[in-house]
Design a protein around this ligand. Structure first.
Ligand code: NAD
Ligand code: LMR
Length: 332
């Protein structure tokens, strides 16, 4: 069997509990791939990972490789092919007597984690490592991590696949079709309430979702806010942020990056902007992407954007620029 090294921060958290078994079951990396997992936690929590490891062993997957728990980030990301940066604080919990409500509250708390992790990944993970940031604010954390990693052969992503899945599910339900009929979904910009889950370029059985649904009022006033605020709605309903669906989106992202994208389709993740679609260069921005399946991922060009789309993309770009300013001291 071939082998792959996968590092996961926040290994004892909610998302990881749904994610880890699926990483070693053959589902994510294929039936012929042995998966060596390094689970990384803060020192106060790392002991708990022994219980997680027992459960992973007890799943009995034949793709299970070595299972290591550590609080040492160097040991954790050493030689990693994929690094999944899940560890950070979610919204909805109380820190120092203050309830963390918005992503902006998370900027300072979580941003600091990603300077050290970024530079360690840059030095110690494989030169072609792929890094997926899940911990919020995901785009700006990835921006910090990529900048401090300073290793241009590694590829950094922030996760917008959960937003894309939410957006597809709502369009499918409204159109009365199976979700597999909905393709070409792009979540432009930030994984935050300013995101723009593009209904004009998303297709339902090959036709623009807006043309199929024929209800602009619903698109603009119900669908968009529903998708943009879905994270908050799950927190309110469940008392905790989404975990199973977030873990599922991690797996979708890995598969989308590692396998060639189907002809005519694309997938959604945030990568460093090269200025495409007049977005500010350097920001980690949600784009439509295609993968060659051989390690390279490209931003899909020449997608038509109407004035509505352009105005939405400007708003989310402005938010990312202000997040960048807010964490400037972490980058100096
Ligand atoms: P959780 O609180 O259940 O788990 C987070 C874990 O990270 C904890 O076990 C904590 O000890 C650990 N951790 C904190 N700092 C760490 C560090 N420096 N190194 C290693 N581990 C560290 O939270 P969760 O529900 O698993 O969510 C994790 C993050 O994912 C949150 O920031 C949440 O907002 C975010 N999230 C993102 C998306 C997305 O679509 N991008 C979706 C859902 C949740
Ligand atoms: C989500 O989208 O579910 C997560 O990012 C959690 C949150 O804070 O919204």
């Amino acid at each position: 069997m071939k082998e792959i090294n996968v590092a996961v921060t926040g290994g004892a958290g909610q998302i990881s509990y749904s994610l880890l078994p699926r990483l070693i079951s053959g589902e994510t990396f294929g039936k012929d791939m042995k998966v060596n997992l390094k689970l990384i936690e803060i020192p106060q929590v790392v002991e708990k990972l022994q219980g997680t490891i027992m459960e992973l062993i007890d799943c009995g997957f034949k793709q299970t490789g070595s299972l290591i728990a550590t609080a040492d980030i160097v040991e954790g990301v050493e030689n990693a092919d994929w690094v999944l940066l899940v560890g950070s604080i979610p919204r909805g919990i109380v820190v120092d007597g203050k309830k963390i409500e918005e992503r902006s509250d998370l900027l300072k708390i979580n941003g600091g984690i990603f300077t050290n992790q970024g530079s360690t990944i840059g030095k110690h993970s494989k030169s072609d490592a792929k890094i997926l940031v899940v911990g919020n604010p995901a785009n700006t954390n990835a921006f910090i991590g990529k900048n401090t990693a300073n290793n241009s052969s590694q590829q950094w992503f922030a996760m917008t696949a959960l937003d894309a899945n939410r957006a597809k599910a709502q369009l499918a339900e409204k159109a009365g079709v199976n979700i597999s009929s909905v393709t070409n979904m792009t979540v432009w910009g930030n994984h935050s309430p300013t995101m723009y889950p593009d209904p004009y370029n998303a297709r339902i059985d090959g036709i623009s979702a807006v043309e199929v649904i024929k209800d602009l009022n619903w698109i603009e006033n119900e669908y968009l806010p529903l998708v943009q605020q879905r994270g908050r709605s799950v927190i309110d309903a469940r008392g905790a942020s989404s975990a199973a669906s977030a873990a599922n989106a991690v797996i979708d992202t890995i598969q989308s990056v590692d396998n060639a994208t189907e002809e005519g389709n694309w997938f959604s993740a945030a990568v460093q902007s090269d200025g495409s679609y007049e977005t500010p260069e350097g920001l980690i921005f949600g784009f439509p992407l295609r993968s060659s399946g051989q390690g390279s991922v490209e931003i899909v060009q020449d997608i038509k954007l109407n004035d509505f789309a352009k105005s939405k993309i400007k708003i989310t770009a402005a938010e990312l620029l202000s997040e960048k300013e807010a964490v400037q001291d972490l980058l100096d």
